[in-house]
Design a protein around this ligand. Structure first.
Ligand SMILES: NC(=O)c1ccc[n+]([C@@H]2O[C@H](COP(=O)([O-])OP(=O)(O)OC[C@H]3O[C@@H](n4cnc5c(N)ncnc54)[C@H](O)[C@@H]3O)[C@@H](O)[C@H]2O)c1
Length: 455
């Protein structure tokens, strides 16, 4: 609805949440929204997932999961019991008591925040807003988004936050592929606009997460900053290790052995590991959200920028390792045949957004190598596939099936992702030359015909 208030007696109350009588909508059915929707549906809430991507809506309707952490069976169970529906029709919002926003927050070509999806969601809600709705933003974003971007759109209806509707920011910490921590056992930070918003959200999340794991903070912007701190912490520490990797290479020291030894310290040290770079929707993106916001305060986040620069240089470092390794065998990169193992941005998932592995493949291809890839989770990259935008330079590729014969034929195999499904002893047994960016071959003794180089 726009401009006019729609009143209803069907208001959200603590009792409705406690009795699971409130209806929940999840805007955005991706890596964050689908697991969240599933969790509430499993807890016997009536959940409607809303997404303009009709393919996703239909997949859910048919009980087909497109996210590797969720099985078809899990999805089918809640759909057949009537706890989970999916639609592309935003008018359904009129019936909802709770609305989660789990839409993308990417960056632009110039690495500036793109909150257009969040803005679109706020407008979608306004079109169909009902009094006393609880609206929770889960998308990662810069401090101030909830109050400076979302709130004014919602209040353009004439409704007042804290009185006519409730607004909360709660960062999503879901870690696709993580088998130890899922929504249920990961602490959830919530920052509501006003006490009532926080209380409603705390009660709601406590239905799917143990109450002591729901952590209220004083304001949405504290919760927004918390999420950025977590991801910047990772970005900076990975960058530090990557920098020390360059140094250890020159000093002929094994960085992996150094990290293992340092990890024996039971306090004050947390291991991070080198690799071909950082990928996904979070670590390479979120730091820029804060750098951009900081400029509004005449503040330049040098640490964050430096970390991003080092992490972005890793694919080229891997390229140089491959060139040197081939060179030692008297071969040039141009014309060499190379197998890249893994293109996902991290192990055991089917997500290749901003994947450093794809950047390595691009670099190798641009320098004249013939590159195949193998990834059990990602059947194709390149033209026409989901990953076209990131893989535009490498044309269309299909995942190669690994066989002993094929491994023998490649001039070099570069290991980029440590998927559990890869049989690394088999790879070592049949390959001539390996560049291992993840140290997965550390306990495998190569035979006479194989040489392994670590980064
Ligand atoms: N993927 C992760 O591991 C992860 C972890 C924590 C936080 N996050 C954050 O969560 C947010 C979502 O990330 P994601 O990985 O789930 O993204 P995603 O791309 O997998 O899913 C987003 C979904 O939103 C849909 N969408 C776009 N516009 C919409 C609209 N107006 N209304 C409804 N749906 C709309 C898209 O079609 C897509 O299906 C981002 O802010 C991200 O930074 C992601």
């Amino acid at each position: 609805m726009s401009g006019q208030k729609k009143t209803t007696t069907d208001n959200i109350t603590l009792t409705a949440i406690k009795k699971k009588k409130c209806k929940i909508a999840v805007l955005g059915l991706g890596y964050v929204g689908l697991p969240l929707a599933l969790e509430f549906a499993r807890a016997n809430f009536f959940v409607t997932g809303i997404d303009p991507d009709v393919k996703k809506v239909e997949a859910i309707y048919d009980g087909h999961s497109y996210i590797s952490d969720i099985s078809d069976e899990e999805l089918k169970a809640v759909v057949s019991q009537g706890y989970m529906k999916s639609t592309a029709d935003f008018a359904t919002l009129e019936e909802m008591d709770v609305v989660f926003i789990c839409v993308p927050t990417p960056f632009s070509k110039y690495k500036e925040p793109d909150v257009s999806y969040v803005i679109a969601s706020a407008h979608n809600i306004v079109e169909h807003m009902k009094k006393k709705q609880l609206i929770i933003l889960e998308s990662t974003t810069f401090p101030g988004t909830t109050e400076e971007v979302v709130l004014p759109i919602l209040e353009s209806t004439g409704l007042e936050a804290g009185k006519d509707f409730y607004l909360v920011f709660s960062p999503e910490r879901v870690d696709p592929g993580n088998r130890k921590f899922a929504i249920r056992n990961t602490p959830k930070v919530i920052g509501g606009l006003g006490e009532k918003s926080t209380k409603l959200a705390k009660t709601l999340y406590s239905k799917i997460i143990a109450e002591n794991l729901v952590i209220p903070v004083s304001a949405p912007r504290i919760a927004e900053m918390t999420k950025l701190l977590e991801n910047i912490f990772r970005s900076v520490n990975i960058a530090l290790i990557n920098e020390l990797t360059f140094l250890c290479d020159r000093m002929k020291l094994d960085i992996w052995e150094v990290i293992d030894a340092a990890s024996s310290k039971p306090f004050g040290f947390m291991p991070f590991y080198p690799g071909p770079g950082v990928g996904g929707h979070c670590i390479p993106v979120d730091p820029y959200y804060l750098s951009w916001k900081a400029r509004e305060y005449d503040f330049y986040t040098k640490f964050i920028e430096l970390a991003a620069e080092i992490n972005l240089s890793m694919p080229r470092y891997v390229l140089s390792k491959v060139i040197d390794t081939l060179n030692d065998e008297g071969k040039s990169l141009r014309g060499s045949s190379i197998l890249a193992l893994g293109v996902a941005f991290k192990p055991n998932i089917n997500d290749a957004r901003n994947s450093p592995a794809i950047k390595v493949i691009e670099e190798l291809t641009c320098k004249g190598a013939k590159v195949d890839y193998s990834d059990p989770y990602i059947p194709s990259i390149g033209n026409g596939s989901t990953y076209f935008s990131v893989a535009s330079k490498i044309g269309f590729h299909k995942s190669t099936k690994i066989t002993a014969k094929k491994l023998k034929e490649y001039d070099l195999v570069v290991i980029l992702v440590e998927h559990d499904k890869f049989d690394f002893p088999f790879v070592v047994r049949h390959s001539k030359l390996i560049v291992d960016t993840k140290n997965v071959c550390k306990n495998i003794t190569p035979g006479k015909g194989c040489r392994i180089v670590k980064i």
